[in-house]
Design a protein around this ligand. Structure first.
Ligand code: SF4
Ligand code: SF4
Length: 193
């Protein structure tokens, strides 16, 4: 059976409505004399905070090397299955050859129509090769354009100075001072975080 709820009766001032209108106008006029917070976008850009999670991008290290080793952990962890990776061989480098040691992605796609900007890919990456950037404007004329390929992902991610620099001392000649300073694990960045 339906329950009837009694409505509270309005008092005299409430029935006039004028106090409520005056109160609303007071608030409106008060706002008119405060500094405007509206931005003239796109000429004026909002401040993007460091931990903002925009579109994910792949990064190169300070020497322009691809950091991704196509381990596919990010593809595995991505909740909406937005990432597709085709592993491949790392290209030869002019200063040393690491192609027999590391892999690199042959193809790398992120479907931005599926991405939910959760940041799991950045969290899980063992190579610090993928980061959530401050890119929040994704416009496209077709759905296909919003599937970011490897070139687009490196374009979005750009270059990042590598805190670990795992190849730095491995490239030093045997017996050199840099080589002697490499810890037994072979990772000069161990304990850097
Ligand atoms: S941010 Fe989340 S949803 Fe987007 S690609 Fe990374 S893991 Fe997938
Ligand atoms: S971005 Fe990181 S987690 Fe993803 S495949 Fe490359 S190295 Fe692995």
């Amino acid at each position: 059976m339906a329950k009837v709820v009694d409505r509270r009766k309005l008092n005299f001032w409430e029935e006039l409505y004028l106090p409520a209108i005056a109160s609303g106008m007071k608030r409106t006029f008060a706002q008119m004399f405060k500094p405007a917070i509206t931005l003239q976008y796109p000429e004026q850009r909002p401040e993007i905070f460091d931990d903002y999670r925009g579109a994910p991008g792949l990064v190169r290290d300070q020497d322009g090397r691809e950091k991704c080793v196509s381990c596919q952990l990010c593809e595995y962890i991505c909740p909406p299955r937005a990432i597709v990776i085709v592993p491949g061989e790392a290209p030869d480098q002019p200063d040393y050859d690491y192609s027999e040691i590391e892999k690199a992605p042959k193809e790398f796609y992120i479907d931005m129509l599926r991405c939910i900007y959760c940041g799991y890919c950045e969290e899980i990456c063992p190579e610090q090769a993928i980061f959530m950037t401050d890119l929040y404007e994704l416009n496209a004329g077709s759905r296909q354009e919003l599937v970011h390929d490897k070139a687009k992902l490196y374009d979005v991610g750009g270059l990042r100075v590598d805190a670990i620099q795992k190849w730095k001392d491995k490239n030093a000649s045997p017996g050199s001072e840099e080589r002697k300073n490499v810890p037994p694990s072979g990772n000069p960045g161990d304990g850097a975080h």
